[in-house]
Design a protein around this ligand. Structure first.
Ligand code: PHE
Length: 473
């Protein structure tokens, strides 16, 4: 029955899928802005240290747990110790919360990609003036594109581990890298781009000295979400990895690739904004307003439409390879249950069931106009208005509310608990054994032992504290 779950066809395919999961909207939105706004090169230094120490350790822990048990998030914890399966359930819950709003954003990216394509063929209606504002209030449009994006996810995940996720990622990720290079080079040729690199890279060590905690928490939160950690995604992907593959080196390759793409994204987005004098800004404004203006008004003409199409197409690829990993976490939960009962996995059916539930859970994030509410033309109000709560980041719109529950609470908590369980309950020997199963010696045992037991729990506690305070602050 074991093989019924599916397996990666090759280590390269696994890496493409895992890097695909890691590289997503977080890299293209979050990283460039946070890096620039919190000390540039100084932020980068902190980020790199955290990724090398905490990111690699949690990655290794998740991949090892997944491969050892051959189960997704819930099944993995259940087979290690029944009484800890709730940690796995937290991961699946995060999956549900994120895959919905991620797909709403994915649907918007799809709309923008098509907008540039239609412009290229002489169409009209995709202009700069107020497009963003009117689109988020266009409920049939928002929900329709949300549904299309979810459908793309369903088709890929239904195809299975090697026949769907791996096959898609193996083509998509190299494409993404190639398009990124084209955009970076093109942007670099625009006069005025230099300011963008300065914003991104010039270290401001003053920030580090005066506001170290802020830099630390911003970098840690970003690193962690960007690497798809803390929700069982890498447990699930690890569970499809053959025993002969080297876990330790994979745990390093994925964060390195993710960081390179984040830097590349910064080198595309920030200099583009700088060249045309646009706000760097954070969040939806940066991706859906500033960047659209860059291509339509800054560059303009056919070349603007071509570059705009390429840029949004690459964001679309990044979003799809991430959202399929989120959906897979949910699907693996049902498939594992069936296999444990001796039934066929019925992947196609399970995928549809989970996607429909996720779609319904995510609907409010498409229906509140990103917090512009009924007053702004949307069909639903944000959590603040609906439940009469004080307005704060976590209640300003449904997207941020879900993000708060998942990225703010469940994910850092999940990673912290996993690390404590590995360090103090299951024992780090378990990780060493799983690494050595590939036939290679696990050289850095002492180092990882200290990371699992002390460093990761402490850093994750800081992230948890910082996330909660920033969402409700
Ligand atoms: N890592 C993805 C990004 O950077 C988001 C993600 C988080 C994907 C958790 C899967 C799991 O956008």
């Amino acid at each position: 029955m074991e093989n019924n779950r599916g397996q990666w066809g090759s280590n390269f395919g696994f890496i493409m899928a895992a890097v695909g999961s890691a590289v997503g909207l977080g890299n293209i939105w979050g990283f460039p802005y946070k890096c620039g706004a919190t000390g540039g090169g100084a932020f980068l230094l902190v980020y790199l240290i955290l990724a090398a120490v905490v990111g690699v350790t949690v990655m290794l822990g998740e991949l090892a747990i997944g491969r050892k048990t051959g189960r997704g998030a819930v099944g993995a914890y259940a087979s290690l110790a029944k009484k800890y399966s709730w940690v796995g359930y937290m991961g699946v819950a995060s999956g549900f919360l994120i895959v919905g709003f991620y797909s709403v954003l994915g649907g918007m990216v799809l709309r923008y990609t098509l907008g540039f394509l239609i412009n290229l063929f002489g169409g009209t209606g995709f202009g700069v003036d107020g497009f963003f504002g009117s689109w988020i209030a266009n409920m049939p449009g928002m929900v329709g594109f949300y549904a299309i994006f979810m459908l793309i996810n369903i088709v890929i995940v239904m195809g299975g581990v090697s026949g769907g996720i791996e096959k898609f990622s193996k083509i998509a990720m190299p494409c993404l890298a190639a398009i990124m290079v084209i955009v970076i080079v093109f942007v670099a040729c625009q006069p005025g781009a230099g300011e963008g690199y300065k914003f991104l890279f010039v270290p401001d060590f003053g920030v580090l000295a005066s506001d170290f905690f802020n830099v630390l928490k911003t970098a840690a939160g970003q690193m962690f979400f960007s690497l798809s950690l803390g929700m069982g995604c890498m447990i699930t992907y690890g569970s499809y990895l053959a025993k002969k593959e080297d876990l330790a080196s994979n745990s390093i390759i994925i964060p390195v690739a993710d960081t390179i793409v984040a830097l590349m994204a910064g080198m595309a987005v920030m200099p583009a904004c700088a060249a045309y004098g646009l706000e760097y800004g954070a969040g939806p404004g940066l991706l859906f307003n500033s960047m659209q203006t860059v291509f339509l008004q800054g560059m303009g003409g056919t070349i603007g439409n071509i570059m705009g199409f390429l840029f949004y197409f690459l964001v679309l690829i990044a979003a799809i390879t991430s959202s399929i990993s989120l959906l897979e976490v949910c699907c693996a939960f049902l498939i594992d249950k069936r296999i444990d009962k001796g039934q066929e996995p019925a992947r196609k059916k399970m995928t549809i069931i989970m996607a429909v539930i996720a779609f319904i859970v995510g609907l409010p994030t498409a229906l509140d106009g990103l917090g512009t509410n009924v007053a702004g033309g949307a069909w639903m109000n944000n959590p603040a208005v609906m439940f009469n709560l004080p307005v704060m980041a976590a209640t300003a719109d449904w997207l941020d509310f879900y993000d708060f529950l998942a990225e703010g609470v469940l994910m850092p908590l999940g990673a912290m608990i996993m690390s404590i369980l590995i360090g103090w309950v299951f024992g780090t020997k378990m990780i060493a054994e799983e690494c050595e199963a590939s036939g290679k010696p696990f050289k850095a045992y002492k180092y990882f032992d200290v990371c699992f037991k002390y460093i990761v729990p402490v850093i994750m506690a800081i992230v948890l504290y910082a996330q909660v305070t920033s969402f409700i602050g």
